[in-house]
Design a binder for this molecule. Structure first.
Ligand SMILES: Nc1nc2c(c(=O)[nH]1)N[C@H]1C(S)=C(S)[C@@H](COP(=O)(O)OP(=O)(O)OC[C@H]3O[C@@H](n4cnc5c(=O)[nH]c(N)nc54)[C@H](O)[C@@H]3O)O[C@H]1N2
Ligand SMILES: Nc1nc2c(c(=O)[nH]1)N[C@H]1C(S)=C(S)[C@@H](COP(=O)(O)OP(=O)(O)OC[C@H]3O[C@@H](n4cnc5c(=O)[nH]c(N)nc54)[C@H](O)[C@@H]3O)O[C@H]1N2
Ligand code: SF4
Ligand SMILES: [Mo]
Length: 679
């Protein structure tokens, strides 16, 4: 039930945050007279614990801001100009279906490229919303790997899965390594659990080239050069083996390749690693000893380190540490990484993907290389139709100039469904208004904890917005497509998703979720998943494989013109990737785009704090204000997610669009730049 204009009695429904964030908070929304009036965090949810975050506390501003798109729009000016006119839904659907049909008739279904990511993370509105429609059309399939693909592949190479322990277990750890993750900014609700561990005596170490808010709050900040973590992890294991701090019995029973691996560790003395990583040999020794000796040790990995050419190798190597020390034996020990596994095992999502709807295998395009796909003249068939929903590739994908070149093609038919006029939407032929989380039904899985949640709509769609599922049903109808699976209602989809033995066994039903909002998924492995039973690899063992001998910074093909290593991590408290950049007070709160630069690097370029600078490389240039400090020498950092503001460029103009070594992720953190005074 939703509140409509005739209802005067306040209605409160349970829901959950839609964002691409590990915390997947539970909330309740109050509505009266058809308008949402309050949104509050669930107090009972064991991760949310009564707080949302700086991005979402004012979610209703996002719903009701004047910047919101409320009607279908048709382009009137050149692509990118943002000039549109309002049209009716009837006109939009008829012209879009005709546009798609013409192109499919001429080139075949693969000429259509759907581009969707986690703008809405939920199963119904995000993950499976378009898959049946695009499969039935025979469209090109998008490889959606920009986030966590590489790290997952690396960790799974080691232990057969990307699921380690669950976040609440971190309370039991006595040594916590936040390795390349900025918890206080990106994973807000993990921090109180870490604080609880600290109150019990845990030491918190952050390993990050940047002095993040999290690094400042930690007991110990280890600051390696970017891209050198593999060498750092190997050197730690060198010390651990050399000094007999390993768990020989655990290695005997749970690992393979031990002898060769131990021999390879010889090359990773702390002295050599110090040269590569820019961390002293003494600090590496101290870190290795503390990690191996200090009770249950938990390494928290997330996404920040993976966006590199050898990102998977880094995650794989780090995942060996708790195997070598046997940290997995202890409650709170091991790795805390992604938690999506138990959710996908529990939900009956299979039928919703519509694997049986297509005529057979179709070609794929990796989302990271959307610019290449849209500009590659040799591609057959060419991409002539693009439909973007739940993503803003003009800002968030690397090699922005190439993406924009593709989006600007006059012969590309582009439809964008959005809540806001994003940089991507500016290039669309048609922009269609999307509902927000308080206006649609969804089932929320989580990559940061093991609580599944139901999001119930509190109000009717604002303006003429429609949910993504509704849009694709309408489009299927307008195109005369006939398969019944294309017309499943949201309610039917939800019932299918919840129709699973795993959920039934755990008594997680729709009725329960409607009443309680969320439920914990029991994971078979419990709190010490790999204490004794083996890993989910082919032989139950973790195969130890030494990294390739040449480390990434040995590269000789780098251009000296770009001496500074550029990190473009999240960093903005009030944005979620590029989301919220269109909500005035969020933008106001973020003030200006700043580039962090070490005072020595600034001084040698005669750059003072607050100066207007250009961050430049062979791909383009970004205007920013210099902020002295916050990174180690040789490194600069710009926050990702900032929009182009019609005409300018944002950080991804500087980033490369190569792929990482496994898992389909990108190498966009392997960027090199110069910083110059703007005057
Ligand atoms: N406020 C806010 N929260 C968010 C998001 C947001 O945009 N804003 N985005 C959400 C999403 S989609 C994701 S995936 C998560 C990501 O969550 P995180 O993985 O925590 O975030 P990142 O900012 O991508 O990267 C974390 C850190 O990795 C460091 N790093 C980069 N390269 C290296 C390296 O080579 N070695 C080491 N040791 N560290 C390195 C960066 O300096 C950065 O501080 O955050 C989510 N939460
Ligand atoms: N340089 C650099 N680039 C990066 C990163 C980085 O750290 N550095 N991080 C990468 C990572 S980890 C990620 S996850 C990606 C994120 O890349 P994107 O998924 O493109 O992220 P957002 O900018 O949040 O775009 C989501 C869009 O979906 C819209 N949206 C929200 N809900 C709905 C809905 O229900 N329906 C529809 N139709 N639209 C909706 C929002 O308004 C928003 O514009 O960026 C990646 N890009
Ligand atoms: S963005 Fe993350 S921390 Fe903020 S409310 Fe949503 S799930 Fe919670
Ligand atoms: Mo992400």
């Amino acid at each position: 039930m939703t509140s409509d204009a005739t209802t005067t009695i306040p209605l409160t429904v349970k829901g959950a945050c839609p964002h691409d964030c590990p915390d997947t908070c539970a909330w309740q929304v109050t509505a009266q007279g058809g308008r949402a009036t309050a949104i509050t965090a669930s107090r009972e949810h064991p991760i949310t614990r009564g707080t949302l975050c700086g991005k979402v506390n004012h979610f209703l501003d996002r719903v009701y801001t004047d910047e919101r798109l409320l009607y279908p729009l048709r382009r009137t000016g050149p692509k990118g100009s943002g000039e549109f006119e309002r049209v009716t839904w009837e006109t939009a659907l008829s012209e879009i279906s005709q546009g798609l049909r013409e192109r499919v008739e001429q080139h075949g279904g693969e000429t259509v490229l759907p581009f969707n990511y986690m703008g809405a993370q939920g199963l119904l509105q995000g993950q499976v919303s378009g898959s049946r429609f695009f499969r039935a059309l025979g469209a090109t399939e998008l490889i959606r790997s920009v986030c966590a693909g590489t790290g997952s592949a690396g960790v799974a190479q080691a232990i057969g899965t990307n699921t380690g322990i669950m976040p609440e277990e971190i309370r039991h750890a006595r040594f916590i390594v936040l390795w390349g993750t900025n918890t206080i900014v990106t994973n807000v609700h993990l921090w109180p659990l870490i604080r609880e561990a600290k109150e019990q005596g845990a030491t918190v170490v952050v390993i990050d080239p940047a002095t993040t808010r999290t690094a400042k709050a930690a007991d110990w900040h280890v600051q390696p050069l970017p891209g050198t973590d593999t060498v750092l992890a190997m050197a730690m294991m060198h010390v651990i083996m050399r000094d007999g701090l390993h768990d020989a019995d655990y290695l005997d029973n749970h690992a393979s390749g031990v002898t060769d691996f131990v021999a390879a560790l010889d090359d990773y003395s702390p002295a050599r690693a110090a040269d590569v990583c820019g961390v002293s040999a003494e600090e590496i020794e101290r870190l290795a000893h503390a990690y191996a000796a200090a009770g249950p040790a938990c390494i928290r990995l997330l996404v920040g380190m993976e966006h590199r050419a050898l990102g998977a190798e880094t995650y794989r190597t780090i995942a060996y540490l708790p195997v070598v020390t046997g940290a997995w034996r202890h409650r709170g020990g091991g790795l805390l990484y992604l938690t999506a596994g138990p959710h996908w095992e529990a939900m009956n999502a299979g039928p919703l993907w519509g694997d049986d709807l297509g005529a057979g295998p179709v070609r794929t395009v990796n989302m990271i290389q959307i610019g290449r796909a849209l500009t590659d003249a040799a591609m057959s068939p060419p991409v002539t139709a693009l439909m973007v929903y739940g993503a803003n590739p003009a800002v968030t994908m690397p090699n922005q100039a190439l993406t924009l070149e593709g989006l600007a093609r006059d012969d590309l038919f582009t439809v964008v469904q959005e809540q806001f006029m994003t940089d991507t939407a500016r290039y669309a032929d048609y922009v269609l208004p999307a509902t927000t989380q308080v206006e649609h039904l969804d089932l929320l899985w989580s990559w940061g904890h093991d609580y599944i949640a139901l999001n119930q709509p509190a109000i009717e769609p604002v303006g003429e917005a429609v949910s993504t599922t509704e849009l694709l049903r309408s489009l299927a109808r307008a195109m005369g497509m006939g398969h019944p699976a294309l017309f499943l209602t949201d309610d039917e989809m939800l019932d299918i998703a919840l129709d699973s033995d795993v959920l039934r066994r755990q008594r997680i039903t729709r009725e329960r979720l409607e009443k309680e909002g969320w439920a914990r998924l029991e994971t078979a492995a419990g709190s010490t998943p790999f204490a004794s039973g083996g890993f989910p690899t082919d032989d139950g063992r973790c195969a130890l494989v030494a990294p390739q001998p040449q480390h990434p910074l040995d590269r000789t093909d780098r251009d000296d013109a770009w001496p500074l290593h550029l990190i473009t991590a999240k960093g903005s408290l009030h944005f979620l990737n590029s989301s919220y950049a269109h909500v005035p007070w969020h933008r106001h709160a973020e003030k200006d785009l700043t580039v962090a630069i070490h005072p020595d690097d600034a001084a040698s370029r005669a750059i003072v704090d607050g100066a207007a600078v250009e961050v430049v490389n062979e791909r383009g240039s970004v205007a920013a204000l210099a902020s002295l400090g916050g990174v180690r020498r040789g490194v600069v950092a710009l926050p990702s997610g900032w929009p182009r503001d019609s005409g300018g460029a944002s950080v991804n103009v500087l980033t490369p669009d190569g792929l990482s070594d496994a898992g389909g992720g990108g190498d966009f953190h392997d960027a090199w730049v110069e910083v110059r005074s703007a005057s």
